[in-house]
Design a protein around this ligand. Structure first.
Ligand SMILES: *Cc1c(COP(=O)(O)O)cnc(C)c1O
Length: 394
């Protein structure tokens, strides 16, 4: 349930911060994303404090801005890369290959070879075909086997497409050993913005069983990769990270006791999500007929400009204007492009002050993750989402 309290702006930004954002944004043409590096540093520290023994692999697809990568690199983060392009970018920015995991299970053989030649030694797999490619092109590498998860409870699920069932994982482990790879650990992703913490319990329980079966075959798995899925702050309430960490550590302890494996985490959203705000402008306010109750509010940003996670209204961003008013109306929010898919929220009703006018600025909070990286190139000639850095790291 989204109550009027969970929709309050003070849940997302302090008065002073909002003033600072407005001031910074004032002379810039919309739409654009403002990134607060200080907040990213805090989010990283908070994750590290809550999982002090875990190796953190930032999933760079969430926000691949070089400044973000450099900051996290300086703070000691490792990186999860999905493609050879991301790997090359990381290497160009001075990240050493030992700190990169090639986490995508869908890889070209040539890219595996290229990554290996550049020094990458951690690969994730979930199929025989991919495993054979790795064995051929990246001999002796450390292999994580990705377990399939349901994804239920997640606002942006990653289920079905990734991972294999436990019996196939077992077969893959045996095959990896046979092919002289180093079967290193089990990974999973419970779905992005996962709001059911129990999903980690289910996955960790299965990992424990796989560890046991592997041991029978003389394979000593040493690591568990808990994936991403940690929360950012949107309208639908989620527990805070402290509670996630407390529960997940309890599940780990229950299953592994004194034989705790190495722990990896692969956060994207929880590191950068609430460190960004998109500044947009109302282009048009319109009704579809003279008697219609609902108003359409067209913004200068939509699904193709970076807000693709509004698909099926999955992620509900906190959206506010500069106008202070208790006199509100429900609206349909839509993007500016010539594609009817480009509607942001129609079933879930956002409210705007009745006094809202064309030209008013709209602030879409918690948009630091999966926005610039998703924004399209030249659809309707609109340039990719611009990004400014507001707060520099200390
Ligand atoms: C996208 C992705 C992540 C990051 O997930 P978040 O939910 O954004 O934290 C982690 N691992 C893998 C393999 C991913 O594809």
């Amino acid at each position: 349930m989204l109550t009027s309290t969970t929709r309050k702006i003070s849940n997302f930004v302090s008065k002073a911060e909002f003033e600072e954002i407005k001031k910074f944004a004032a002379d810039k043409a919309t739409p654009f994303l403002i990134i607060n590096l200080e907040k990213i540093a805090q989010n990283y520290d908070e994750l590290h404090e809550n999982f002090p023994t875990a190796a953190i692999y930032y999933a760079i697809k969430a926000n691949p801005n070089p400044r973000v990568i450099k900051l996290l690199h300086k703070k000691g983060s490792n990186f999860d890369a999905a493609t050879i392009f991301e790997i090359d970018k990381l290497l160009d920015l001075g990240v050493s290959a030992e700190r990169i995991s090639f986490g995508n299970t869908i890889k070209k053989e040539a890219d595996i070879e290229s990554a290996y030649k550049k020094g990458v030694r951690i690969f994730v797999t979930d199929s025989f075909s991919d495993l054979r490619k790795i064995a051929r092109r990246a001999p002796g590498s450390k292999i994580f086997f990705r377990l399939i998860t349901e994804g239920s409870g997640a606002d942006w699920p990653l289920s079905r497409k990734f991972g294999a069932h436990p019996d196939m994982i077992y077969d893959l482990i045996i095959e990896a050993k046979k092919r002289k790879l180093d079967p290193y650990g089990i990974s999973f992703h419970v779905g992005s913005q996962q709001r059911h913490i129990g999903q980690w319990d289910n996955a960790i329980g299965q990992v424990k069983q796989i560890f046991g079966l592997a041991k029978h075959e003389g394979v000593n798995l040493r690591a568990i990769n808990l994936g991403g899925g940690f929360p950012s702050k949107y309208l639908q309430p989620a527990q805070n990270l402290k509670i996630y960490a407390r529960e997940i550590k309890r599940f780990l302890k229950k299953n592994f006791g004194a034989n705790m494996p190495e722990i990896f985490v692969e956060p994207g959203r929880s590191i950068v999500g609430d460190a960004g705000v998109i500044v947009s402008e109302i282009i048009t306010i319109a009704k579809k007929s003279a008697t219609s109750e609902t108003e359409w509010v067209f913004l200068d940003i939509g699904k193709f400009g970076g807000l693709i996670e509004t698909t099926d209204e999955a992620i509900k961003y906190p959206i506010f204007t500069e106008r202070h008013s208790r006199d509100l109306r429900e609206v349909i929010l839509a993007g500016p492009t010539c594609d009817s898919v480009d509607v942001l929220y129609e079933n879930f009703k956002y409210t705007l002050p009745k006094k809202s006018r064309e030209g008013d600025r709209i602030y879409v909070f918690s948009t630091g993750a999966y926005t610039t990286s998703y924004s399209s190139i030249e659809f309707n000639g609109i340039p990719p989402l611009r990004e400014y850095i507001l707060k520099h790291e200390a």
